[in-house]
Ligand binder design. Structure first.
Ligand code: FUC
Length: 325
């Protein structure tokens, strides 16, 4: 596998090319996927500049931790004690707040590069209470790019020195070579979702899927984007947690040229359709300001977060498979 070291401004990047058509740009900044090219086309919503990549509010390709998603009032209870996280979205905390691991430089090391796979491991040690949560936490994020098929595995681990809460994801947005979502279709095997409240998008109760959120059969992403349920909510589009069914079928994003299958060992996935107008210069479009790509964020169920015990390893995996039609 061919690898190349480069930089985006001051940000170190390593490029791995499996020579089957899949080329992935990894960065130690937020242990992230900076870009994915497949068949020579950009598959991800990728900022053109280091300034854009360093934006703390869009999380392009970044690892999210300690807690993906929103935490009401930034408060969590661990072993009967309440902890206050830093609030970065009004009175709530989004994606770990100001000390989300997406904002930090990890130390990276190429672990493997042979005829089977390339792998890189990123490490970051979070000091206890730095983010308001107990425990020194060692984050270990590894990526494996196969040389045998167009498969990328994201392996996320975290080992705390005290009982604490951890719920990670990778926050990549995908466009499959298109400049917006207009020609992208989505399949999500989910008959339930978690309703974000109208006031501040905090996840409330689980509900049965409703037509505009029903992607059990392949559907154009934008077909129901003007549905009153979406328009009247604060999400301005899709920004919902889907509870995957037991079929173990992948979430599929596709257009007429490419298909991306995503599977993970997490109970559900947040789908976010890039709803807020944004001026950041991105590779796939010069004109679109919204719906330029879709974030597919596999995540633990927001109402079932489990304490990771002292010394135990929190471990989740996401697999991305790319196919040319
Ligand atoms: C919030 C989240 C979305 C996405 C966006 C950047 O809207 O609910 O999933 O992370 O921020």
């Amino acid at each position: 596998m061919k690898i190349k070291y480069t930089r985006l401004g001051e940000i170190p990047i390593i490029v791995a090319d499996n020579e089957l058509g899949l080329k992935v740009y990894f960065s130690c900044y937020g242990a992230s996927i900076y870009a994915i090219f497949f068949d020579g086309k950009i598959m991800t919503l990728t900022p053109k500049t280091s300034k854009g990549f360093a934006r703390s509010d869009i999380y392009f390709g970044k690892t999210i931790g300690a807690i993906a998603g929103r935490v009401k009032d930034g408060k969590v209870e661990i072993n009967g004690k309440t902890y206050q996280m830093f609030t970065n979205e009004g009175k709530n905390t989004l994606h770990g707040g100001d000390f989300c691991v997406s904002k930090f430089l990890f130390s990276g090391k190429v672990m493997n590069n042979n005829e089977t796979a390339f792998s890189i491991r990123y490490l970051f040690k979070k000091k206890k209470m730095k983010d308001g949560l107990p425990g020194n936490v060692e984050y270990i994020v590894s990526y494996y790019l196969s040389a045998k098929e167009n498969l990328l595995l994201c392996d996320m681990k975290a080992i705390p020195s005290e009982d604490t809460l951890i719920s990670m994801t990778n926050h990549s947005y995908f466009c499959l070579g298109d400049e917006n979502l207009n020609n992208l279709l989505l399949t999500i095997p989910a008959k339930r979702f978690v309703h974000p409240n109208e006031e501040d998008l905090i996840m409330t109760e689980e509900r049965d899927i409703i037509p505009c959120l029903d992607f059990n059969k392949r559907k154009p992403i934008m077909r129901d984007i003007e549905d009153p349920y979406l328009v009247n909510s604060k999400t301005l589009g899709y920004d919902h947690y889907f509870v995957l069914d037991d079929s173990k079928k992948p979430v599929i994003l596709e257009n007429q040229h490419y298909k991306l299958e995503i599977t993970s060992d997490m109970e559900g996935i947040v789908i976010y359709s890039d709803n807020y107008p944004d001026e950041c210069e991105v590779v796939n479009t010069k004109t679109c300001k919204t719906h330029r790509g879709i974030a597919l964020e596999p995540e633990d169920h927001p109402h079932k977060l489990m304490v990771t015990k002292k010394g135990d390893t929190y471990h989740r995996e996401i697999i991305y498979k790319f196919f040319k039609k």
